[in-house]
Design a protein around this ligand. Sequence first.
Ligand code: MG
Length: 290
Amino acid sequence: MTTKHWMKNFGVGVLLLTLTAPVAAPAQTNKPEPIEGFRDTPLIPGTKWHIHDPDRPQPPVVAPAASFSQSAPAPSDAEVLFDGQDLSKWQNDRGQDAPWVVKEGYMEPAAQQGIRTRGKWADFQLHVEFATPNPPHGAGQGRGNSGILINNMYEVQVLDSYQAQTYPDGQCAAIYGQSPPLVNACKPPGEWQTYDIIFESPRWNDHGDLLKKAVITVLQNGIVVQNHYEFIGGTDGINGQVPWRTPAKYPPHPPEVFVELQYHNSTIHYRNLWIRKLGQRDQAATVDTK
Ligand code: MG
């Protein structure tokens, strides 16, 4: 037996003795867990906070009501993206069939890939239901991470932030790296939660000048968590255009965008997804004469 093995076995022996002998309770330190984050990243424009700043205030907790839009049926003009049956409306980033797995009325990640809609919309209302892993495991950004990645550029974070802290601009319902949610409206791990998202795509003119920023409103479990927030650009860490922990940028793109469900090393469940294109005020209804 090598010294290393002897020490390992001796360590197990000590552990067993410890478990079987009466021991004093460990001292209570009441020391809060440190919050992960960075203080050496650039400041977020218009704020005094660094990108992923652990010192940014933690949003107050609001307990959502038992239900809001859980299992909400799609309105008549919505496109159902996932009704618990099949993934035909989804693909991977190479245009191949979505590799996720459909289980009993929900889907979950597989093949370590995100999936994105085959369809695209400029301005839309999106309904999403998700549940974070139960029992929970991991901490901070490693605790049930996924995300709603609009055009693989603009992330509404999905994370288990129920009685769990991380840097506030990366917690559940944050616009990642930019805007913490107004409140923490999370439900416990394993419970179905809702996102009702209203998104307006950014617009550029023909010269590539930004005319209108992307705007988003998000309700989590019926509670407004992002209120007409103007993105300062694409969020960091999704693709090479804005590397992790670097300032947001606005590379021009067509207004029509897809919706992606992020794979980020966690088994998040999703169900009941539908989307509505937002129309314009004072536009007459078009009549299908075919
Ligand atoms: Mg994420």
